[in-house]
Design a protein around this ligand. Structure first.
Ligand code: FMN
Length: 199
């Protein structure tokens, strides 16, 4: 305990040398500090699925937020220079697939900058889902939302896409794929962990 306090005091002194308090991130530019702060957020991972050149295409996106229930609405933030942003602007349609831990490879495929992100091999065949669902639904997702764009707002480098949910598919309950501190994570309930530690 004493050791920890001494270490923390020493750290504070070092920070004072460069004019920072222990409450601030020592990250360089404002953009670097923002990035370092955001790395601390742990959250779910989605793949936004569109159609590109007539084929299903996916982009990994963690900036996904439910907006309201009436009408059912969500939003995603997509870099405006991506293929996905152009597909969404052109068609006004996309699906949000919330990924399970079985889809780590899909997230990796759909976040590789500058490479093709066709997801034909991961799409649920049309015969297995209701015919009203228009956009690509990915196998093993926790839940998928078929969406129609209601509004797009441009903020800096990103498009905030607000969309009405037209259909929700939730085939099976699975463990979520999580991302934070620059790596993929698996969720473990605090109660489950306590039970494991007792074994
Ligand atoms: C876990 C994770 C989350 C991401 N979340 C977002 C996001 O919310 N919005 C975004 O624009 N890009 C996000 N990206 C980056 C895009 O997936 C990546 O830049 C994009 O697929 C590159 O597309 P491009 O080849 O068309 O440029 C994320 C990447 C990862 C690995």
């Amino acid at each position: 305990m004493v050791d920890r306090e001494a270490r923390s005091a020493r750290r504070s002194e070092r920070r004072d040398d460069v004019g920072l308090t222990s409450w601030e991130l020592d990250g360089g530019s404002d953009a670097d500090v923002f990035r370092a702060a955001m790395r601390r957020m742990v959250g779910g991972v989605t793949v936004i699925a569109t159609r590109h050149a007539g084929r299903p295409w996916g982009m990994t996106v963690s900036a996904f937020t439910p907006v309201c229930m009436d009408p059912p609405t969500l939003l995603v933030c997509v870099n405006s220079r991506t293929v996905t942003a152009s597909d969404i602007s052109r068609d006004g349609r996309f699906a949000v697939n919330l990924l399970s831990e079985a889809q780590l490879h899909v997230s990796q495929l759909c976040s590789a900058a500058g490479s093709d992100k066709y997801v034909d091999d991961h799409v649920v065949p049309a015969a297995l889902i209701p015919s009203r669902v228009a956009m690509p639904i990915l196998r093993d997702s926790i839940v998928s939302f078929d969406c129609r764009v209601a509004e797009v707002r441009v903020v800096g480098s990103h498009n905030i896409v607000i969309a009405t949910i037209e259909s929700i598919l939730a085939p099976t309950a699975r463990g979520p794929l999580l991302y934070g501190e620059g790596k993929y994570l698996r969720g473990v309930g605090i109660d489950d962990l306590a039970a494991l530690e007792r074994v």
